[in-house]
Design a binder for this molecule. Sequence first.
Ligand SMILES: [Zn+2]
Length: 433
Amino acid sequence: MNLLTLCGIVKTMAEGQASPADEPVRQRSLRTHNLGLVLRLVAASPQPVSRADVAAATGLTKATVSTLVDELLAGSLLVEVEPAPRAGAGRPAVGLRLAAQGPAGLGLEINVDYLAACVVDLTGAIRLHEIRRADQRGRPPDAVLDDIAGLAADAVEAATAEGLLVAGTALAVPGLVANGVVRLAPNLDWRDVDVLTALLSRSPLAALALTVDTVTVDNEANLAALGELHAWAEADPAAARASFLYISGEIGVGAGIVLGGRLFRGARGFGGELGHVTIRPDGPHCRCGARGCLEAYANQEALLRDADVATDDLASDAALTRLAALAGAGAHPARMALEAAGSALGVAAADVVNLLDVDTVVLGGIYAPLAPWLAEPVLREISDRVMTAAWAPVTVRPSVLGPSATVVGAAGSVVRAIRDAPTTWLEGPARVG
Ligand SMILES: [Zn+2]
Protein backbone atom coordinates (compact mmCIF):
# COMPACT_ATOMS: atom_id res chain seq x y z
CA MET A 1 0.00 0.00 0.00
CA ASN A 2 1.35 3.34 -1.01
CA LEU A 3 1.85 5.56 2.04
CA LEU A 4 0.73 8.65 0.15
CA THR A 5 -2.50 6.90 -0.75
CA LEU A 6 -3.06 5.93 2.87
CA CYS A 7 -2.37 9.46 4.03
CA GLY A 8 -4.84 10.64 1.42
CA ILE A 9 -7.45 8.30 2.87
CA VAL A 10 -6.84 9.69 6.37
CA LYS A 11 -7.10 13.23 4.99
CA THR A 12 -10.36 12.45 3.21
CA MET A 13 -11.74 10.86 6.37
CA ALA A 14 -10.73 13.88 8.42
CA GLU A 15 -12.04 16.43 5.92
CA GLY A 16 -15.53 15.41 5.49
CA GLN A 17 -16.65 11.86 5.99
CA ALA A 18 -19.95 11.42 7.65
CA SER A 19 -18.53 9.99 10.84
CA PRO A 20 -18.47 12.37 13.78
CA ALA A 21 -15.98 9.91 15.25
CA ASP A 22 -13.32 11.47 13.06
CA GLU A 23 -13.56 14.74 14.94
CA PRO A 24 -11.15 15.69 17.77
CA VAL A 25 -11.96 14.12 21.13
CA ARG A 26 -11.00 14.39 24.78
CA GLN A 27 -8.38 12.18 26.35
CA ARG A 28 -10.83 9.73 27.89
CA SER A 29 -12.27 8.98 24.47
CA LEU A 30 -8.89 8.59 22.82
CA ARG A 31 -8.92 4.82 22.74
CA THR A 32 -12.43 4.75 21.31
CA HIS A 33 -11.49 7.33 18.71
CA ASN A 34 -8.26 5.61 17.72
CA LEU A 35 -9.85 2.16 17.46
CA GLY A 36 -12.32 3.63 15.00
CA LEU A 37 -9.60 5.48 13.15
CA VAL A 38 -7.52 2.33 12.65
CA LEU A 39 -10.55 0.25 11.67
CA ARG A 40 -11.78 2.76 9.12
CA LEU A 41 -8.31 3.21 7.69
CA VAL A 42 -8.04 -0.53 7.07
CA ALA A 43 -11.59 -0.56 5.70
CA ALA A 44 -10.87 2.26 3.27
CA SER A 45 -7.76 0.64 1.88
CA PRO A 46 -8.26 -1.53 -1.20
CA GLN A 47 -5.28 -3.71 -0.19
CA PRO A 48 -4.15 -5.13 3.14
CA VAL A 49 -2.10 -2.65 5.13
CA SER A 50 0.65 -3.28 7.66
CA ARG A 51 0.79 -1.95 11.22
CA ALA A 52 3.70 0.23 10.18
CA ASP A 53 1.60 1.68 7.34
CA VAL A 54 -1.19 2.47 9.81
CA ALA A 55 1.27 4.14 12.17
CA ALA A 56 2.76 6.23 9.40
CA ALA A 57 -0.62 7.26 7.99
CA THR A 58 -2.19 8.16 11.35
CA GLY A 59 0.79 9.58 13.19
CA LEU A 60 0.22 7.15 16.05
CA THR A 61 3.23 5.33 17.48
CA LYS A 62 3.86 1.78 16.32
CA ALA A 63 3.33 0.53 19.88
CA THR A 64 -0.06 2.26 20.11
CA VAL A 65 -1.09 0.90 16.73
CA SER A 66 -0.09 -2.61 17.78
CA THR A 67 -2.18 -2.38 20.95
CA LEU A 68 -5.19 -1.13 19.02
CA VAL A 69 -4.77 -3.71 16.26
CA ASP A 70 -4.51 -6.51 18.82
CA GLU A 71 -7.80 -5.41 20.33
CA LEU A 72 -9.46 -5.27 16.92
CA LEU A 73 -8.06 -8.72 16.07
CA ALA A 74 -9.32 -10.16 19.36
CA GLY A 75 -12.74 -8.66 18.67
CA SER A 76 -12.96 -10.36 15.27
CA LEU A 77 -13.02 -7.02 13.50
CA LEU A 78 -9.68 -7.44 11.72
CA VAL A 79 -7.74 -10.41 10.41
CA GLU A 80 -4.12 -10.80 9.50
CA VAL A 81 -3.22 -11.91 6.02
CA GLU A 82 -0.05 -13.46 4.74
CA PRO A 83 2.27 -10.87 3.24
CA ALA A 84 2.84 -10.95 -0.49
CA PRO A 85 6.42 -11.90 -1.38
CA ARG A 86 8.28 -8.75 -2.10
CA ALA A 87 11.50 -8.00 -3.84
CA GLY A 88 14.29 -6.10 -2.11
CA ALA A 89 15.54 -5.91 1.40
CA GLY A 90 13.51 -6.39 4.55
CA ARG A 91 11.00 -8.86 5.80
CA PRO A 92 7.52 -8.33 4.30
CA ALA A 93 5.01 -7.15 6.88
CA VAL A 94 1.83 -8.99 7.82
CA GLY A 95 -1.17 -7.25 6.31
CA LEU A 96 -4.46 -6.35 7.96
CA ARG A 97 -7.92 -6.34 6.51
CA LEU A 98 -11.51 -6.37 7.74
CA ALA A 99 -12.77 -9.69 9.08
CA ALA A 100 -15.33 -11.36 6.85
CA GLN A 101 -16.23 -13.91 9.56
CA GLY A 102 -16.83 -11.57 12.48
CA PRO A 103 -19.85 -9.45 13.33
CA ALA A 104 -22.52 -8.99 10.68
CA GLY A 105 -25.57 -6.79 10.18
CA LEU A 106 -29.07 -8.15 9.74
CA GLY A 107 -31.32 -6.06 7.53
CA LEU A 108 -35.07 -6.63 7.63
CA GLU A 109 -37.74 -5.04 5.47
CA ILE A 110 -41.49 -4.94 5.77
CA ASN A 111 -43.00 -3.66 2.57
CA VAL A 112 -46.51 -3.62 1.21
CA ASP A 113 -46.14 -6.67 -1.01
CA TYR A 114 -43.10 -8.47 0.38
CA LEU A 115 -40.90 -9.15 3.41
CA ALA A 116 -37.12 -9.35 3.09
CA ALA A 117 -34.01 -10.19 5.08
CA CYS A 118 -30.35 -9.64 4.29
CA VAL A 119 -27.06 -10.30 6.07
CA VAL A 120 -24.02 -8.15 5.30
CA ASP A 121 -20.62 -8.90 6.79
CA LEU A 122 -18.12 -6.34 8.06
CA THR A 123 -16.50 -6.00 4.63
CA GLY A 124 -19.87 -5.00 3.18
CA ALA A 125 -20.35 -8.29 1.29
CA ILE A 126 -23.91 -9.58 1.04
CA ARG A 127 -23.91 -13.05 2.59
CA LEU A 128 -27.62 -13.77 2.45
CA HIS A 129 -30.63 -12.20 0.79
CA GLU A 130 -34.14 -13.58 1.11
CA ILE A 131 -37.44 -12.17 -0.17
CA ARG A 132 -40.89 -13.56 0.59
CA ARG A 133 -43.52 -12.04 -1.64
CA ALA A 134 -46.99 -11.77 -0.17
CA ASP A 135 -49.43 -8.91 0.13
CA GLN A 136 -49.29 -7.52 3.67
CA ARG A 137 -52.27 -5.18 3.30
CA GLY A 138 -55.13 -5.94 5.62
CA ARG A 139 -53.06 -8.23 7.85
CA PRO A 140 -52.83 -7.46 11.57
CA PRO A 141 -49.44 -5.91 12.44
CA ASP A 142 -48.76 -8.75 14.90
CA ALA A 143 -49.04 -11.34 12.13
CA VAL A 144 -46.66 -9.37 9.91
CA LEU A 145 -44.21 -8.96 12.81
CA ASP A 146 -44.38 -12.70 13.53
CA ASP A 147 -43.49 -13.39 9.91
CA ILE A 148 -40.60 -10.94 9.82
CA ALA A 149 -39.31 -12.44 13.09
CA GLY A 150 -39.47 -15.87 11.43
CA LEU A 151 -37.52 -14.55 8.46
CA ALA A 152 -35.00 -13.07 10.90
CA ALA A 153 -34.69 -16.44 12.66
CA ASP A 154 -33.83 -18.19 9.41
CA ALA A 155 -31.31 -15.47 8.52
CA VAL A 156 -29.62 -15.64 11.93
CA GLU A 157 -29.38 -19.43 11.68
CA ALA A 158 -27.84 -19.23 8.20
CA ALA A 159 -25.43 -16.49 9.29
CA THR A 160 -24.35 -18.49 12.34
CA ALA A 161 -23.74 -21.53 10.16
CA GLU A 162 -21.35 -19.37 8.11
CA GLY A 163 -19.40 -18.33 11.19
CA LEU A 164 -20.96 -14.89 11.45
CA LEU A 165 -22.36 -13.28 14.57
CA VAL A 166 -25.34 -11.00 14.04
CA ALA A 167 -24.40 -7.83 15.90
CA GLY A 168 -27.52 -5.82 15.32
CA THR A 169 -30.49 -5.36 13.08
CA ALA A 170 -32.24 -2.55 11.28
CA LEU A 171 -35.85 -2.94 10.20
CA ALA A 172 -37.16 -0.88 7.31
CA VAL A 173 -40.83 0.01 7.12
CA PRO A 174 -42.75 2.01 4.51
CA GLY A 175 -43.99 4.75 6.80
CA LEU A 176 -43.28 7.46 9.35
CA VAL A 177 -41.15 6.19 12.21
CA ALA A 178 -40.33 7.87 15.53
CA ASN A 179 -38.41 6.15 18.34
CA GLY A 180 -39.16 2.70 17.01
CA VAL A 181 -42.88 3.39 16.65
CA VAL A 182 -44.49 3.37 13.22
CA ARG A 183 -46.70 6.44 13.52
CA LEU A 184 -48.32 6.00 10.14
CA ALA A 185 -47.82 3.59 7.25
CA PRO A 186 -50.71 4.51 4.94
CA ASN A 187 -50.30 1.62 2.52
CA LEU A 188 -50.24 -0.94 5.35
CA ASP A 189 -52.93 0.95 7.25
CA TRP A 190 -50.73 0.93 10.38
CA ARG A 191 -50.99 3.60 13.03
CA ASP A 192 -48.92 3.82 16.21
CA VAL A 193 -47.48 0.32 16.04
CA ASP A 194 -44.58 -0.13 18.50
CA VAL A 195 -42.44 -2.14 16.12
CA LEU A 196 -39.21 -1.86 18.12
CA THR A 197 -40.67 -3.40 21.27
CA ALA A 198 -42.41 -6.09 19.25
CA LEU A 199 -39.21 -6.93 17.42
CA LEU A 200 -37.05 -7.03 20.56
CA SER A 201 -39.45 -9.42 22.27
CA ARG A 202 -39.65 -11.90 19.44
CA SER A 203 -37.32 -14.82 19.01
CA PRO A 204 -34.59 -15.01 17.77
CA LEU A 205 -33.77 -11.38 18.34
CA ALA A 206 -34.55 -11.67 22.03
CA ALA A 207 -32.02 -14.50 22.27
CA LEU A 208 -29.25 -12.58 20.55
CA ALA A 209 -28.69 -10.24 23.48
CA LEU A 210 -29.42 -7.34 21.18
CA THR A 211 -30.23 -4.10 22.90
CA VAL A 212 -32.27 -1.10 21.89
CA ASP A 213 -28.99 0.40 20.72
CA THR A 214 -28.41 -2.33 18.17
CA VAL A 215 -31.97 -2.74 16.95
CA THR A 216 -33.32 0.15 14.96
CA VAL A 217 -36.48 0.81 12.98
CA ASP A 218 -36.36 3.34 10.20
CA ASN A 219 -38.16 4.52 7.12
CA GLU A 220 -37.37 2.33 4.12
CA ALA A 221 -36.24 5.16 1.84
CA ASN A 222 -33.87 6.50 4.51
CA LEU A 223 -32.15 3.13 4.86
CA ALA A 224 -31.99 2.72 1.08
CA ALA A 225 -30.42 6.18 0.73
CA LEU A 226 -27.81 5.30 3.38
CA GLY A 227 -27.11 2.03 1.56
CA GLU A 228 -26.60 3.97 -1.66
CA LEU A 229 -24.30 6.47 0.05
CA HIS A 230 -22.18 3.72 1.58
CA ALA A 231 -21.96 1.85 -1.73
CA TRP A 232 -20.73 5.00 -3.45
CA ALA A 233 -18.22 5.68 -0.68
CA GLU A 234 -16.83 2.12 -0.92
CA ALA A 235 -16.09 2.77 -4.59
CA ASP A 236 -14.82 6.32 -4.12
CA PRO A 237 -14.03 7.81 -0.68
CA ALA A 238 -14.81 11.32 -1.99
CA ALA A 239 -18.43 10.21 -2.55
CA ALA A 240 -18.84 9.99 1.23
CA ARG A 241 -19.75 13.69 1.06
CA ALA A 242 -22.31 13.31 -1.72
CA SER A 243 -25.62 15.16 -1.86
CA PHE A 244 -28.51 13.43 -3.57
CA LEU A 245 -32.20 12.69 -3.62
CA TYR A 246 -32.90 8.96 -3.49
CA ILE A 247 -36.40 8.15 -4.74
CA SER A 248 -37.77 4.82 -3.62
CA GLY A 249 -40.54 3.38 -5.76
CA GLU A 250 -42.78 0.59 -4.54
CA ILE A 251 -46.51 0.60 -3.87
CA GLY A 252 -45.59 3.65 -1.81
CA VAL A 253 -43.20 6.29 -3.05
CA GLY A 254 -40.68 7.75 -0.63
CA ALA A 255 -37.38 9.55 -0.62
CA GLY A 256 -34.16 9.70 1.33
CA ILE A 257 -32.37 13.03 1.19
CA VAL A 258 -28.60 13.01 1.67
CA LEU A 259 -26.82 16.33 2.08
CA GLY A 260 -23.03 16.44 2.33
CA GLY A 261 -22.87 12.74 3.20
CA ARG A 262 -25.49 12.93 5.94
CA LEU A 263 -29.07 11.79 5.89
CA PHE A 264 -31.41 14.75 6.25
CA ARG A 265 -34.35 13.64 8.37
CA GLY A 266 -36.02 16.94 9.07
CA ALA A 267 -36.69 18.52 12.46
CA ARG A 268 -38.95 15.72 13.74
CA GLY A 269 -37.52 12.89 11.68
CA PHE A 270 -40.37 12.72 9.22
CA GLY A 271 -38.72 14.32 6.17
CA GLY A 272 -38.56 12.74 2.74
CA GLU A 273 -42.25 12.05 2.09
CA LEU A 274 -41.87 12.72 -1.61
CA GLY A 275 -44.77 10.43 -2.44
CA HIS A 276 -47.12 12.96 -0.87
CA VAL A 277 -45.82 16.00 -2.68
CA THR A 278 -48.71 17.50 -4.63
CA ILE A 279 -48.63 17.00 -8.37
CA ARG A 280 -52.21 18.24 -8.97
CA PRO A 281 -54.19 19.87 -6.14
CA ASP A 282 -57.46 18.54 -7.60
CA GLY A 283 -56.09 15.07 -8.37
CA PRO A 284 -57.32 11.74 -7.02
CA HIS A 285 -57.65 11.09 -3.29
CA CYS A 286 -54.58 9.53 -1.67
CA ARG A 287 -54.42 7.10 1.26
CA CYS A 288 -52.74 9.86 3.25
CA GLY A 289 -55.96 11.92 3.11
CA ALA A 290 -54.75 14.55 0.65
CA ARG A 291 -55.38 14.80 -3.09
CA GLY A 292 -53.18 14.61 -6.17
CA CYS A 293 -50.08 13.17 -4.44
CA LEU A 294 -47.14 11.94 -6.53
CA GLU A 295 -47.84 8.38 -5.38
CA ALA A 296 -51.10 8.27 -7.34
CA TYR A 297 -49.26 9.11 -10.58
CA ALA A 298 -46.05 7.15 -10.25
CA ASN A 299 -46.34 4.22 -7.87
CA GLN A 300 -46.17 0.56 -8.85
CA GLU A 301 -49.94 0.20 -9.17
CA ALA A 302 -50.30 3.28 -11.39
CA LEU A 303 -47.47 2.12 -13.63
CA LEU A 304 -48.83 -1.40 -14.11
CA ARG A 305 -52.40 -0.19 -14.55
CA ASP A 306 -51.53 2.45 -17.12
CA ALA A 307 -49.24 0.05 -18.98
CA ASP A 308 -52.09 -2.51 -19.27
CA VAL A 309 -50.08 -5.16 -17.40
CA ALA A 310 -52.58 -7.53 -15.82
CA THR A 311 -51.54 -8.28 -12.24
CA ASP A 312 -54.23 -10.77 -11.22
CA ASP A 313 -52.15 -13.87 -11.92
CA LEU A 314 -48.70 -12.37 -11.47
CA ALA A 315 -46.51 -11.60 -8.50
CA SER A 316 -45.49 -7.96 -8.46
CA ASP A 317 -41.90 -8.71 -9.47
CA ALA A 318 -43.06 -10.75 -12.47
CA ALA A 319 -45.48 -7.97 -13.44
CA LEU A 320 -42.66 -5.43 -13.32
CA THR A 321 -40.44 -7.71 -15.39
CA ARG A 322 -43.24 -7.88 -17.94
CA LEU A 323 -43.57 -4.09 -17.90
CA ALA A 324 -39.85 -3.73 -18.64
CA ALA A 325 -40.09 -6.33 -21.44
CA LEU A 326 -43.05 -4.51 -22.99
CA ALA A 327 -41.25 -1.17 -22.76
CA GLY A 328 -38.13 -2.74 -24.29
CA ALA A 329 -40.25 -4.05 -27.16
CA GLY A 330 -41.67 -0.57 -27.71
CA ALA A 331 -45.25 -1.32 -26.60
CA HIS A 332 -47.11 1.98 -26.66
CA PRO A 333 -49.07 1.70 -23.35
CA ALA A 334 -45.93 0.66 -21.45
CA ARG A 335 -43.90 3.50 -22.91
CA MET A 336 -46.67 6.03 -22.22
CA ALA A 337 -47.10 4.82 -18.63
CA LEU A 338 -43.38 5.16 -17.97
CA GLU A 339 -43.29 8.55 -19.65
CA ALA A 340 -46.17 9.80 -17.49
CA ALA A 341 -44.72 8.39 -14.26
CA GLY A 342 -41.27 9.75 -15.11
CA SER A 343 -42.76 13.16 -15.78
CA ALA A 344 -44.57 13.17 -12.42
CA LEU A 345 -41.39 12.04 -10.65
CA GLY A 346 -39.45 14.78 -12.44
CA VAL A 347 -41.92 17.47 -11.38
CA ALA A 348 -41.57 16.42 -7.74
CA ALA A 349 -37.79 15.96 -7.97
CA ALA A 350 -37.43 19.43 -9.52
CA ASP A 351 -39.03 20.94 -6.41
CA VAL A 352 -36.46 19.19 -4.23
CA VAL A 353 -33.57 20.30 -6.44
CA ASN A 354 -34.86 23.89 -6.40
CA LEU A 355 -35.08 23.80 -2.61
CA LEU A 356 -32.00 21.82 -1.64
CA ASP A 357 -29.61 22.04 -4.60
CA VAL A 358 -28.79 18.33 -4.69
CA ASP A 359 -26.83 17.44 -7.81
CA THR A 360 -28.00 13.86 -8.25
CA VAL A 361 -31.36 12.12 -8.35
CA VAL A 362 -31.22 8.37 -7.76
CA LEU A 363 -33.99 6.14 -9.06
CA GLY A 364 -34.39 3.31 -6.54
CA GLY A 365 -36.72 0.43 -5.74
CA ILE A 366 -38.81 -0.57 -8.77
CA TYR A 367 -37.59 2.54 -10.56
CA ALA A 368 -34.00 1.21 -10.77
CA PRO A 369 -34.66 -1.44 -13.45
CA LEU A 370 -37.09 0.92 -15.18
CA ALA A 371 -34.54 3.76 -15.30
CA PRO A 372 -33.86 3.29 -19.05
CA TRP A 373 -37.36 4.71 -19.66
CA LEU A 374 -37.84 6.89 -16.58
CA ALA A 375 -34.58 8.84 -16.50
CA GLU A 376 -35.26 10.89 -19.62
CA PRO A 377 -38.63 12.35 -18.56
CA VAL A 378 -37.32 12.93 -15.04
CA LEU A 379 -34.32 14.81 -16.39
CA ARG A 380 -36.47 16.75 -18.85
CA GLU A 381 -38.75 18.04 -16.09
CA ILE A 382 -35.76 18.95 -13.94
CA SER A 383 -34.12 20.80 -16.84
CA ASP A 384 -37.36 22.68 -17.54
CA ARG A 385 -38.16 23.52 -13.92
CA VAL A 386 -34.90 23.95 -12.03
CA MET A 387 -33.70 27.51 -12.27
CA THR A 388 -30.03 26.63 -11.98
CA ALA A 389 -30.08 23.57 -14.25
CA ALA A 390 -28.32 25.39 -17.10
CA TRP A 391 -25.05 25.85 -15.16
CA ALA A 392 -25.49 23.38 -12.30
CA PRO A 393 -26.51 20.20 -14.09
CA VAL A 394 -28.33 17.40 -12.29
CA THR A 395 -27.54 13.74 -12.89
CA VAL A 396 -30.35 11.17 -12.89
CA ARG A 397 -29.15 7.61 -12.36
CA PRO A 398 -30.44 4.23 -11.21
CA SER A 399 -29.54 2.99 -7.74
CA VAL A 400 -26.31 0.98 -7.74
CA LEU A 401 -27.97 -1.42 -5.29
CA GLY A 402 -31.03 -1.87 -7.48
CA PRO A 403 -34.37 -2.93 -6.06
CA SER A 404 -32.67 -4.42 -2.96
CA ALA A 405 -31.20 -1.14 -1.76
CA THR A 406 -33.45 -0.89 1.30
CA VAL A 407 -32.73 -4.24 2.91
CA VAL A 408 -29.06 -4.14 1.91
CA GLY A 409 -28.84 -0.61 3.27
CA ALA A 410 -30.52 -1.74 6.49
CA ALA A 411 -27.97 -4.51 7.03
CA GLY A 412 -25.14 -2.21 5.99
CA SER A 413 -26.21 0.43 8.52
CA VAL A 414 -25.45 -2.03 11.34
CA VAL A 415 -22.02 -2.79 9.92
CA ARG A 416 -21.34 0.88 9.30
CA ALA A 417 -22.18 1.67 12.94
CA ILE A 418 -19.59 -0.88 14.08
CA ARG A 419 -17.00 0.52 11.70
CA ASP A 420 -17.72 4.05 12.94
CA ALA A 421 -17.65 3.12 16.64
CA PRO A 422 -16.06 -0.32 17.15
CA THR A 423 -16.20 -0.09 20.95
CA THR A 424 -20.00 -0.50 20.80
CA TRP A 425 -19.29 -3.97 19.45
CA LEU A 426 -16.13 -4.70 21.47
CA GLU A 427 -17.85 -3.82 24.75
CA GLY A 428 -21.40 -4.70 23.79
CA PRO A 429 -23.56 -7.48 25.26
CA ALA A 430 -23.18 -9.68 22.19
CA ARG A 431 -19.42 -9.80 22.82
CA VAL A 432 -19.10 -9.78 26.58
CA GLY A 433 -22.33 -11.23 27.75
ZN1 LIG B 1 -50.69 11.33 -0.20
